[in-house]
Ligand binder design. Structure first.
Ligand SMILES: Nc1nc2c(c(=O)[nH]1)N[C@H]1C(S)=C(S)[C@@H](COP(=O)(O)OP(=O)(O)OC[C@H]3O[C@@H](n4cnc5c(=O)[nH]c(N)nc54)[C@H](O)[C@@H]3O)O[C@H]1N2
Ligand SMILES: Nc1nc2c(c(=O)[nH]1)N[C@H]1C(S)=C(S)[C@@H](COP(=O)(O)OP(=O)(O)OC[C@H]3O[C@@H](n4cnc5c(=O)[nH]c(N)nc54)[C@H](O)[C@@H]3O)O[C@H]1N2
Ligand code: SF4
Ligand SMILES: [Mo]
Length: 593
């Protein structure tokens, strides 16, 4: 008989999974339609860490736990850091936070992922309530804006059939090839396109005036702001024609429109402002609070769920963490040496930390330099529950396999809590606690109680119920940067500075699974597949082999997330809002080696 669980990975789709005789398949009902994706199809073939290690020597799990306790014993509380990533997205991952917070250790805050965009959404709307996949299914027109569904949310694709499709991306992705209109925008210029769209909505009287009066009364002021952008020179600058803007307007007016955004638009310091400028388009069209309309981004996967864990503690940012300020750093479900920005800084800082503990499934840069390596159990070998940032399902993940390898997050926490006399409840009680936030639907599946399919029906979650538009200073901050960059280009050679974009690869999930090894360039840059080049930013450099791709703009260098060395190029500054990592602000130069 099939047993049902869910994929544990950090992914919009959060698929329900049928498990039979060691084979993982999509469930027939719901959005998976019987299909998973390459990550889960090959999940059981991944080679895992099977044995704990201390400074290169294999040891037993008992010995590893004793070592861990010794390391913790040797600390003052303030010298202990718990750094947790998103390798597994299920709810019980947080149980280790419970132990470390009670111990007085520091935890992290900030985001390597969607924090800037989320901050922009919260500023404008007062909260981040997402448009779920099931509502996108009801739209007539979909704008895919800085998201790559073939790679990162493939279960969205069947829902796009029969709809008008606009894609805005610097890369001609597979979904761009299917689009009725594709705008191959210059990286980091989405805010200007968004401002221009609102301006033309006003000029053509296409705004939903009744809606604006009720929920966005400052729209006239915002219109004035959009007029500070010079149309012709800005369109030239961002690589969009007036005709294309006209086509967008024709396609979206008086339609059910879903604007489906990804993290691509917000990997910049002003990522929050960019997201808010896109939200403003939806506000002018009156898309919020209506069926099949709105903006989809990454929702908060824990919306509607109160954690049973006690995790109050002092926190340090996970973007520019000074690991060497701690004596012991416990890393769980993360590969900071590859995935945090500024890898050389991370390496320097971690190598000066006395005890680095890696608790994970796979070997990677971080496990290689850790003093103590503790293997985790896979999602099939422990009990858990997950929710999603792309839809509202509540998915149980019962234990389906026995294994002698590794230890679960709960068992490790229970061991440590016992050792330090910290209260921890039985695992089943935590799972039951989570289940109290689930409600059953007509088809027998579960969703998170209270999550709205059509949020913002009665306006926004701000005191005055209104949307808060971007202000002049915020737009200036971003506009200045474009002007500054242009001046820099004048001084140096224009072709020498290229945009770095670092999206997700179809082969890996960030640094898990099959990692990419190449840099992708447009053939117009004069390199051929197989050339080795050095890519350099003001932060550092990396050497990679070229793969020529016609999907790219001439001014763009693409290195996928998870490629070893990509984050040598990125700096560990924070976004202006949202305490997010900034992966695409650095310009790069390239040279043959
Ligand atoms: N296969 C696979 N799936 C994944 C992941 C993975 O690593 N691999 N990672 C998971 C995680 S952690 C996340 S957060 C999600 C993210 O999912 P997505 O948001 O889809 O992620 P990205 O590929 O980073 O970015 C999406 C698109 O943004 C485009 N882009 C880059 N810069 C710009 C820009 O300035 N403007 C515009 N308009 N577009 C731009 C990129 O070319 C890319 O096509 O995916 C999840 N799913
Ligand atoms: N240049 C660039 N850098 C990026 C990005 C980008 O687009 N470009 N994307 C950013 C984004 S959006 C994200 S979310 C981050 C992700 O960065 P990380 O959170 O570091 O995620 P992964 O690289 O997937 O590494 C996760 C590790 O978790 C471990 N793991 C998996 N399952 C389990 C489990 O059940 N238990 C335990 N204990 N461990 C487990 C695996 O060993 C794996 O190596 O990367 C960010 N870094
Ligand atoms: S699409 Fe996403 S949630 Fe579904 S199986 Fe693949 S990684 Fe997991
Ligand atoms: Mo992410």
């Amino acid at each position: 008989m099939n047993k049902i669980t869910a994929c544990p990975l950090d992914c919009f789709d959060a698929c329900s999974v049928a498990y039979k005789d060691g084979v993982l398949k999509g469930t027939n009902g719901g959005h998976t339609q019987g299909f998973l994706c390459p990550h889960l199809n090959h999940y059981e073939q991944q080679s895992r860490i099977t044995t704990p290690r201390y400074r290169g020597e294999e040891i037993t799990l008992d010995a590893a736990l004793t070592k861990l306790k010794e390391m913790i014993d040797a600390n003052y509380k303030s010298e202990l850091l718990h750094y947790r990533g998103s390798g597994n997205f299920a709810l019980m991952q947080e149980v280790t936070d419970h132990f470390f917070a009670q111990m007085g250790a520091k935890l992290t805050d900030g985001s390597l992922c969607d924090g800037a965009g989320e901050a922009g959404i919260v500023e404008g709307r007062g909260s981040n309530k997402n448009m779920p996949m099931s509502e996108i299914a009801k739209s007539e027109v979909v704008i895919i804006w800085g998201r790559n569904p073939h790679t990162t949310s493939s279960h969205l694709l069947p829902l796009l059939k029969g709809k008008k499709l606009i894609v805005i991306d610097p890369v001609e992705t597979q979904v761009a090839k299917m689009a009725d209109l594709f705008i191959q925008i210059k990286p980091h210029t989405d805010m200007y396109l968004a401002l221009l769209i609102v301006r033309f909505l006003h000029i053509n009287n296409y705004c939903d005036d009744d809606y604006l009066q009720e929920y966005a009364s400052e729209s006239e002021e915002y219109y004035e702001l959009t007029q500070t952008v010079r149309i012709k020179s800005m369109l030239e600058n961002i690589g969009v024609s007036l005709g294309q803007v006209g086509t967008i307007l024709e396609m979206i007016v008086d339609k059910k429109v879903a604007i489906v955004c990804g993290v691509g638009i917000q990997k910049y310091r002003d990522g929050a402002d960019i997201m808010r400028s896109i939200d403003a388009i939806a506000v002018h069209l009156g898309l919020f609070g209506k069926e099949g309309s709105g903006v989809a981004y990454l929702g908060n996967s824990k919306e509607g769920i109160v954690s049973p864990f006690k995790t109050k503690s002092a926190r340090v940012s996970k973007v520019d963490t000074e690991f060497d300020a701690f004596k012991t750093v416990f890393i769980q479900g993360a590969n900071p040496l590859s995935q945090m920005p500024n890898s050389q800084r991370v390496k320097q800082s971690l190598s000066q930390t006395e005890n680095v503990v890696y608790f994970g499934l796979y070997e990677n840069e971080t496990s290689a330099m850790a003093d103590l390596v503790i293997p985790a159990k896979t999602f099939l070998q422990k009990s858990d529950i997950r929710t999603s940032y792309g839809h509202h399902a509540f998915l149980e993940m019962p234990q389906l396999q026995e294994s002698d390898i590794g230890i679960s997050e709960y068992d490790l926490s229970a061991y440590l809590c016992k050792a330090y006399d910290i209260e921890i409840k039985p695992e089943e009680e935590y799972l039951e606690h989570f289940k109290s936030f689930a409600e059953v639907l007509d088809d027998g599946t579960f969703c998170v109680k209270g999550r709205e399919n059509i949020p913002y029906r009665d306006g926004f979650d701000r005191d005055d119920n209104e949307f808060l538009f971007l202000e002049e200073t915020e737009i200036d901050r971003s506009a200045n940067k474009i002007i500054l960059t242009k001046n820099r280009h004048k001084k140096r050679k224009v072709s020498s500075e290229l945009y770095l974009i670092t999206p997700k690869s179809p082969k890996s999930l960030n640094s898990q699974f099959q990692r990419e090894k190449s840099v992708y360039l447009s053939s117009e840059l004069g390199y051929v597949t197989g050339d080795r080049i050095r890519i350099t930013s003001s932060v550092g450099s990396v050497e990679l082999e070229v793969l020529v791709s016609d999907a790219l703009r001439q001014d763009t260098v693409l290195i996928y997330s998870g490629t070893a060395g990509v984050n040598n190029l990125t700096s560990s500054v924070h976004s202006y809002e949202g305490k997010n990592a900034v992966y695409q602000e650095e310009k790069v130069t390239i040279e043959k080696i």
